[in-house]
Ligand binder design. Sequence first.
Ligand SMILES: CC(C)(COP(=O)(O)OP(=O)(O)OC[C@H]1O[C@@H](n2cnc3c(N)ncnc32)[C@H](O)[C@@H]1OP(=O)(O)O)[C@@H](O)C(=O)NCCC(=O)NCCS
Length: 272
Amino acid sequence: MRAADRERVMEICRDVWDGHDYLPRVFDGWLGDGGAAFQAAELDGVVVGVQRLRPFAQGLVWYEGLRVASAQRRHGFARAMLASAIAEAKDQGFREIRLATGNPDALRLFESMGFHRLVDARWWRGPRVEGGEPARMPDPSEARKVWPAIEKSPGIELYHGVTADFNGARNMDAAELERLASIGMLRVGPGGRAVAALREPWGQNLAVAFVAGRGGALRELLMALRFEADADGLSHVTVTLPRDHPAADDMTASGYDLANDEDSSYIYGLLL
Ligand SMILES: CC(C)(COP(=O)(O)OP(=O)(O)OC[C@H]1O[C@@H](n2cnc3c(N)ncnc32)[C@H](O)[C@@H]1OP(=O)(O)O)[C@@H](O)C(=O)NCCC(=O)NCCS
């Protein structure tokens, strides 16, 4: 991708999500990011497709920004671009390519290329609430120690070993809890019997990409996140929880509502 392609890419994006595509907002940042591969597909010298491959953790690369110009769809461009991205990631020694999508057409493409579904994500929303103690931030060594209890939490298998972070779904394990704690992105409930892993939010909210635990400890943590949103001047907490996760009852009991009953959004992975 070159700076000179900006206008053409903006034109392609006008037909995506009723003009609400996020790609125009991130175009310049992506162009300037030498750590990722921001690519254009051309037909007779005109850009017809866009995609990006971004390494985001050891052995893992994130696939994002796939767009094909509306006049050129159903000619196999997306399939050819994705095949080239997979080959490139494999050549570079990555272990797995992961992505997030909600588009049913794209789902068919990814599944036909061998991607498997890791998370079927539901978005829950809990408004800020005044007056209580914000959630506790553990230090890294404590975070590692809570993992043996956390990995037995009911419903944890529905995350398929990853966090539901739509900017890059990392593997969830003791080392990840420790890493999150070291950057201030982990919260624990009483006795370390519940955890919440934060992610970068997209708006004025506190965003949670992974929760585990059960019963009273989890409910206390979910309430404490709402207190934290209030203390930070944020309007609400967003929690990404897999469909049919048993913590749904705890979410409801803690004042959270399901925000995307209609939508579907998924995280997929392909082992290389
Ligand atoms: C999704 C998108 C990238 C597909 O691009 P494309 O070049 O038309 O896709 P291809 O022609 O390579 O088709 C690949 C497969 O995708 C699926 N597909 C694509 N468009 C489809 C449609 N309109 N209806 C049903 N399936 C569709 C099919 O499985 C297709 O395989 P087939 O042609 O063998 O049946 C394009 O429609 C687009 O840019 N959409 C808007 C942006 C977007 O949603 N991007 C994906 C975000 S993850």
